[in-house]
Design a protein around this ligand. Structure first.
Ligand code: AP5
Length: 217
């Protein structure tokens, strides 16, 4: 299965990608997670990306394409992969087309998850993550564990720098300007499917699975 999960910040791409990864035993490739780990490791790329991400803007296409090309060349991608948060611009989508052609991958599917904007702001302002293992907590669903420590690894639970309300607004605007045009891009290629992301996590997952099964995955 070769899949892109497309959608605005907070629609649930990461949540669904992790579930699909477990069920299908193929990697989730999140450019956001790769960048956050570069930031945490204070690499040269991480130092450059940190401020851009904190403002809710996009890291340059050539950096992202290099990063993705490197990741897709790893052996665990041979059976398939789920792209989460990539591509995010038309040049990234065109770059991906070139990579897929080189890899002889013809059956890429794209699923757009859509959620109304006010719900996105609610989900993102109430999201917290473990600074160590990345586990997701959402205080609108459940209070944090005692002491604010992760129940999986004991790490500190924090708010993502870009989950502050002003930055969320910018991320949503950047999505509309630079990423939303990908919907028409993939519609034009005939491989776009849409899923209502406002339903429960399990129901969104079932609907994604139905699309994948209907298409012979
Ligand atoms: P990235 O990490 O990709 O962030 P994003 O796209 O903004 O996505 P999020 O992780 O915020 O949301 P999501 O859709 O994955 O939702 P989630 O499942 O977490 O990118 C961060 C930054 O890195 C970018 O702004 C940019 O600077 C840079 N970057 C990354 N990729 C790049 C690229 N390709 N090019 C250039 N720059 C790039 O869910 C959100 C919350 O909602 C969670 O708390 C979750 O529990 C909850 N939730 C999920 N599903 C449901 C549901 N069905 N009902 C209720 N709550 C739900």
């Amino acid at each position: 299965m070769y899949l892109i999960l497309l959608g605005a910040p907070g629609v649930g791409k990461g949540t669904q990608a992790k579930m699909l990864m477990k069920k299908n035993d193929i990697p989730q490739i999140s450019t956001g997670d790769i960048l956050r780990s570069e930031v945490a490791d204070q690499t040269e790329l991480g130092l450059r990306a940190k401020e851009i991400m904190a403002r809710g803007e996009l890291v340059s296409d050539d950096i992202i394409l290099g990063m993705v090309e490197n990741r897709l060349s790893m052996p665990d991608c041979k059976k398939g992969f789920i792209l989460d948060g990539f591509p995010r611009t038309i040049p990234q989508a065109e770059g991906l087309d070139v990579l897929l052609e080189k890899m002889n991958i013809l059956n890429l599917k794209v699923i757009e998850i859509y959620v109304p904007q006010e719900e996105l702001v609610r989900r993102l302002t109430s999201r917290r993550i473990c600074a160590n293992c990345g586990k997701d907590y959402n205080i609108s669903v459940k209070p944090l564990p005692p002491g604010g420590k992760c129940e999986r690894c004991g790490g500190d639970i924090i708010q993502r720098e870009d989950d502050k309300e002003a930055t969320i607004k910018n991320r949503l605007q950047v999505y509309q300007e630079l990423t939303a045009p990908l919907v028409s891009y993939y519609q034009g290629k005939g491989n776009l499917h849409r899923v209502d992301g406002k339903k429960s996590v399990d129901s969104v997952f079932d609907n994604i699975e139905k699309i994948l099964l209907a298409r012979g995955q």
